[in-house]
Design a protein around this ligand. Structure first.
Ligand code: ACO
Length: 337
């Protein structure tokens, strides 16, 4: 894709009014993985930056984690489920093919006056969901939107494949978005891009209409994540640099203006490359990959919630979120606090 989507002209002030996250208690360390596949703590840390990841218990689904994150975000916003009129869940690990995971979350938070749907953009899902929420809020169609990104990647990870099993973890993040009374603040721009020609690089090949579940699809381990790691890596470095630099440039934002870069956490080397392209100091990058691994859409959602709750954001702080994922999809959101 060479043509960029246009910049938001006169953005309506739509901001984050609450954030929360949930991470399962169980920790799977690199040492644990050494007992499961032919790998080493040293290799994983050096090649990815991951030390450990969280794994949800068997009885906990993606929506269960999403509900806990959503309740935390609602508490933080001082709202209840009754105040929410739209719920978007970004996930590639839904509870089921249907109904949507968002509908299970709606039930869990008792948001009876809302409508709910899922977005599938893999690791870029939270960015796509924020942009979608912005559009609905800016149009005046809804007033309070709950955006949840929740993933139980452990349910789709092949713990016999060292190429993928060291990378992924489970978790959920959520935010509440509303119109705010601060012109020039909130979401000031976003870029969403995708290239379906690269769909084969990263997928769960079976379980959908193309290859329904069968004894052979199970035997061939086709219900697990399959990934061309090296190709994804090359693509990711280019896409992350492109979206990071372009959204900053077209909004006249320099590296020193950015308070927090909250990138997707697939590989520390990919994040470092994007930050370097912008000339951004490492102290302004939010990392959680070392403790949680890659949680797909939940990585940026948990990242934003961690920054809001633990680091504190001041009026006027610039937050840049960037991600890439299966599809391939990639994108960014620029927020002025
Ligand atoms: N432990 C030890 N050795 C390993 C492991 C492991 N866990 N995994 C791979 N290796 C080996 C390979 O077999 C290979 O050995 P060989 O040279 O004998 O064939 C060697 O290490 C180097 O393999 P590379 O693939 O070149 O390693 P690389 O440095 O590229 O790192 C990695 C691999 C971490 C997967 C990297 O390519 C990467 O991060 N890719 C992007 C992944 C990503 O972003 N995925 C997004 C998925 S999210 C979503 O949308 C659901």
């Amino acid at each position: 894709m060479t043509k960029l989507p246009p910049k938001l002209e006169s953005p309506v002030p739509v901001g984050v009014i609450g954030a929360g996250y949930y991470l399962p208690e169980r920790i799977l360390t690199n040492k644990d993985l050494e007992q499961m596949v032919d790998t080493s703590d040293e290799w994983i840390v050096e090649r990815t930056g991951i030390h450990e990841r969280r794994i949800a218990p068997p009885e906990m689904s993606t929506s269960d984690m999403g509900v806990l994150a959503a309740k935390a975000a609602l508490r933080n916003a001082g709202l209840t489920g009754n105040d929410i009129d739209m719920i978007i869940c970004a996930t590639v690990t839904p509870d089921m093919m249907f109904p949507s995971t968002a509908c299970f979350i709606q039930r869990g938070i008792e948001a009876r006056e809302s409508f709910a749907f899922d977005i599938t953009a893999a690791c870029t899902g939270f960015i796509y969901a924020l942009a979608t929420a912005y559009a609905y809020l800016a149009s005046g169609y809804v007033h309070n939107v709950l955006v949840v990104a929740a993933e139980k990647l452990s349910a789709f990870t092949d713990y016999e494949d060292r190429n993928t099993c060291v990378l992924f973890g489970d978790g959920a993040g959520a935010v509440v978005l509303s119109k705010i009374n601060k012109p020039g603040h909130g979401i000031i721009d976003f870029i969403l891009e995708s290239d379906g020609r690269l769909a084969n690089l990263l997928q769960v090949p079976a379980g959908g209409s193309r290859t329904p579940a069968s004894t052979s699809s199970i035997g061939e381990r086709m219900h697990y994540i399959s990934m061309e790691g090296r190709e994804v890596f090359k693509f990711a470095v280019t896409a992350m640099k492109r979206t990071t630099v372009r959204i900053a440039e077209r909004n006249g934002i320099k590296a020193e203006d950015i308070r927090w870069l909250i990138p997707h956490q697939a590989n520390k080397r990919i994040i470092d490359a994007a930050a370097e392209a912008l000339g951004l100091d490492a102290s302004r990058i939010h990392f959680n990959i070392h403790k949680y691994g890659n949680m797909s859409a939940a990585s940026t959602a948990v990242g934003l919630a961690e920054v809001v709750l633990n680091n504190g954001l001041k009026d006027g702080d610039i937050v840049l979120m960037v991600a890439f994922g299966a599809g391939m999809t990639w994108g960014s959101v620029l927020i002025k606090w």
